[in-house]
Design a binder for this molecule. Structure first.
Ligand code: B12
Length: 212
């Protein structure tokens, strides 16, 4: 099946049409991993690019994200049995004082699609909550999101708290959000920075492979 139709329906934010196309692809025995990697993810990437370029506006981005989410609900159980394997687990959340969750949820969705068991702890999460979640779930990855320059420092504080708790080395820390930069990530001692949800999984994979 032509997976570009899926990409186009996702960009257009046509949830019903998208779900039909995804179901059609599954029924015609297209590999669910291909549906995700060659149909849905390029669509979400394009949405991100268009948004950045000012060619798409917030309500449209939200419509596409919702359409992606609806289709992922259908695809997720099939992906788990697929050859993506168990990539590990991830705790992800938005830092204290910050209520933005659209990008964080997109990142969560991408990691989930790549086989991670994602524990999304939500928005406005205190530094303690991040540390407690790492202690409780022992994830291989910790993702933090911040959309405000005033809340970005919380990320460094969480990393320091992880160090104080003696568990910093147990987890790979990846950060993101519009104002976050690679330089900032280095400054606060995060392992990884991803400029968008589309590349986050790839960046993580490369890092983990090099580390081995
Ligand atoms: C939508 C929005 C809101 C919504 C949020 C709704 C929601 N449920 O998230 C609402 C209306 C609630 C809101 C509130 C506010 N907002 Co606002 N908001 C935005 C807006 C327009 C879009 C953000 C967004 O969702 N983008 C789309 C997503 C897909 O992009 P993204 O978040 O950057 O995420 C991508 C990457 O960054 C990355 N990513 C993000 N997180 C993570 C995490 C990990 C681990 C990884 C790997 C990757 C990753 O992947 C994503 C997908 O590719 C931005 C403008 C902008 N250009 O960003 C302002 C913006 C972020 N907001 C801003 C402000 C000032 C506010 C308010 C203070 C406004 C006010 N005066 O009340 C409040 C603060 C509330 C709070 N305490 O958080 C400013 C921040 C300025 C600054 N430099 O600090 C911005 C930049 C607007 C502006 N130009 O002034 N906002």
């Amino acid at each position: 099946m032509d997976l570009t139709k899926i990409t186009e329906a996702l960009i257009a934010g046509k949830a019903d049409q998208l779900k039909e196309l995804v179901e059609e692809a599954v029924n015609s025995k297209t590999n669910p991993a291909d549906i995700l990697n060659k149909g849905l993810l390029p669509g979400m990437d394009a949405v991100g690019q268009k948004w950045k370029a000012g060619d798409m506006f917030m309500p449209e981005v939200l419509r596409s994200a919702k359409a992606m989410s609806t289709s992922m609900d259908y695809l997720r159980p099939l992906l788990k049995d697929d050859d993506l394997g168990n990539a590990g687990s991830m705790v992800i959340g938005t830092v204290a004082g910050d209520l933005h969750d659209i990008g964080k949820d997109l990142a969560a969705m991408m990691f989930e699609g790549a086989g991670y068991k994602v524990i999304n702890i939500g928005i406005d999460q205190s530094n303690e909550n991040f540390v407690d979640a790492v202690k409780e779930y022992k994830p291989s990855l910790l993702g933090m999101s911040a959309l405000l320059t005033t809340t970005m420092p919380r990320m460094g504080e969480v990393i320091n708290s992880l160090k104080e708790a003696g568990i910093r080395d147990q987890v790979t820390v990846i950060i993101g959000g519009a104002p976050v930069t690679e330089e900032f990530a280095k400054e606060i001692g995060a392992d990884l920075y991803a400029p968008n949800a589309g590349t986050a999984v790839e960046i993580t994979k490369e890092y983990l492979m090099q580390k081995q």
